[in-house]
Write a protein that binds this ligand. Structure first.
Ligand code: HEM
Length: 57
């Protein structure tokens, strides 16, 4: 349902997953606002970043 997120930075994950925002100057892959914030994942974000870094981009 969402765009490709392989290789997403921790900065991007923090902004989007926790606050449904994007880092300053970042161009989103889509202009929609369909994803809900998932703030309970805060402690997991470094692990999610590491996992997403394992995929080819
Ligand atoms: C651990 C769970 C999730 C992570 C790490 C994640 C991560 C991201 C990131 C980083 C983006 C921004 C991509 C970019 O523009 O570069 C994004 C966008 C998006 N995600 Fe997620 N996401 C998660 C869960 C979900 C879920 C559960 C849904 C839908 C049910 C979803 C739907 C979308 C959609 C539709 C977008 C495009 C922008 C928008 O409409 O909000 N994501 N996601």
């Amino acid at each position: 349902m969402g765009p490709e997120i392989a290789g997403s930075s921790l900065e991007l994950l923090r902004a989007k997953v926790l606050h449904n925002e994007y880092p300053p100057g970042y161009l989103p892959k889509r202009s929609t606002q369909a994803m809900i914030p998932l703030p309970y994942l805060e402690a997991e974000l470094p692990a999610i970043e590491a996992y997403l870094a394992t995929f080819e981009q």
